[in-house]
Design a protein around this ligand. Structure first.
Ligand code: NDP
Length: 247
């Protein structure tokens, strides 16, 4: 039984994670759930999953969640702020942390999980893109286990030799028989859009990805191909001798 903290529990990845856990109740126990300000969804999630802890980055939201849960007789203890998220990522009772906060806000709590030597399921690619060598060094220094959740990276990771899987960011791919890794891209909602039309597309069109149902930021990043750039950097750090060879 793995005890898991889900950072970004109210988001797209958070929901998918909880759906997987619901199908494998013998394998995972939800220890803590964390989000930013979405109190209504967090109330529902806490009542359903009865985690030991919850955290909201937004202080006002945390107070509202605490009050609502107390009124409903739910024993979940509510923490707040980035310190609250970090405490739940590093908690002694947790062995696995799903890092699924969106954007730069994910860095500090994800790093807290790394420094506590947890098994880190990394969806928050921005944390790795932002901190690169610092992040990878911490993974090795603190004995954390880093597993990519981003779909391309996860699929590639599962195909790679064990030696590379167990030493993210420092393994010599060529020495392990891997000559090239290709990241594919579907092209998103604007794949067939004429260049002159792109100037007038809207966020709503960008979010309507033809293949995937994802959170708004990554959907827009996918539509602009920015996401592929982030994924490239993420892949270099996760899968190759990255530091000196980023190009
Ligand atoms: P969503 O926008 O659906 O969810 C974001 C989550 O992060 C929510 O739980 C949100 O809480 C929380 N959050 C936002 N800001 C903060 C903050 N300041 N502090 C704490 N929590 C915060 O995003 P996704 O699930 O789509 O993406 C999550 C991460 O996974 C991103 O890094 C993305 O690039 C990556 N990813 C996503 C994929 C997907 O299929 N969705 C695929 C591959 C990678 P609240 O609801 O309270 O705002």
């Amino acid at each position: 039984m793995r005890k898991i903290t889900i950072l970004g529990a109210t988001g797209s990845i958070g929901s998918s994670t909880l759906a997987v856990i619901a199908k494998n109740p013998h394998a995972y126990q939800v220890f803590a759930l964390a989000a930013n300000a979405n109190v209504n969804d967090m109330i529902l999630l806490c009542l359903k999953w009865q985690p030991t802890f919850a955290a909201m980055a937004d202080e006002t939201a945390a107070a509202a969640l605490r009050l609502a849960l107390r009124n409903q007789g739910c024993k979940t203890e509510v923490l707040s702020g980035v310190e609250g998220l970090s405490a739940l990522a590093a908690h002694d009772e947790v062995d696995t942390v799903m890092a699924a906060v969106v954007g730069a806000a994910g860095l500090i709590p994800t790093m807290a999980a790394v420094k506590a030597g947890k098994r880190v399921l990394l969806a928050n690619k921005e944390a790795l893109v932002m901190s690169g060598q610092f992040f990878i060094d911490a993974v090795h220094q603190y004995g954390a286990e880093l597993l990519p959740v981003d779909s391309e990276h996860n699929a590639i990771f599962q195909c790679l030799p064990q030696a590379i899987q167990s030493r993210p960011g420092i393994c010599d791919l060529a020495a392990e028989g891997v000559s090239k890794i290709l990241l594919t891209g579907s092209g998103g909602p604007f794949r067939y859009t004429e260049l002159d039309v792109l100037q007038s597309v809207t966020p709503a069109q960008a979010i309507a990805h033809p293949n995937w149902s994802m959170g708004p930021k990554i959907s827009v990043d996918s539509a602009t191909m920015m996401n592929k750039g982030l994924e490239y950097i993420e892949a270099r750090w996760l899968l190759t001798q990255a530091a000196s060879s980023l190009r």
